[in-house]
Design a binder for this molecule. Structure first.
Ligand code: SF4
Ligand code: SF4
Length: 78
């Protein structure tokens, strides 16, 4: 159970607001570690959460404010 929760938190390092995303692919193209990939319909997703460094480039580059990156994994510290 705890393992599953951790896995979910890891995937949620990057959150995509699907309703705002216009599937332009900019976030994926600028991700320096290739952690983001695009689904068949063009929606980005965190395909490799372990590669994400929380650099926020995807959030900064998204023209539609559709992607947010968590500041820190606060729960891992407690
Ligand atoms: S925060 Fe940085 S490493 Fe993580 S998905 Fe966005 S661009 Fe890639
Ligand atoms: S940059 Fe923004 S609008 Fe474009 S695919 Fe990524 S999340 Fe969607």
């Amino acid at each position: 159970m705890a393992e599953k929760k951790l896995e979910v938190e890891k995937k949620e390092k990057v959150h995509i607001f699907e309703a705002w995303c216009k599937r332009c692919g900019i976030c994926s193209a600028f991700c320096p570690t290739s952690a983001l990939s695009l689904k068949k319909d063009g929606l980005p997703f965190l395909a490799h959460p372990e590669k994400c460094t929380l650099c926020k480039l995807c959030e900064l580059r998204c023209p539609d404010f559709a992607i947010t990156v968590r500041e820190k994994e606060k729960k891992e510290r407690s």
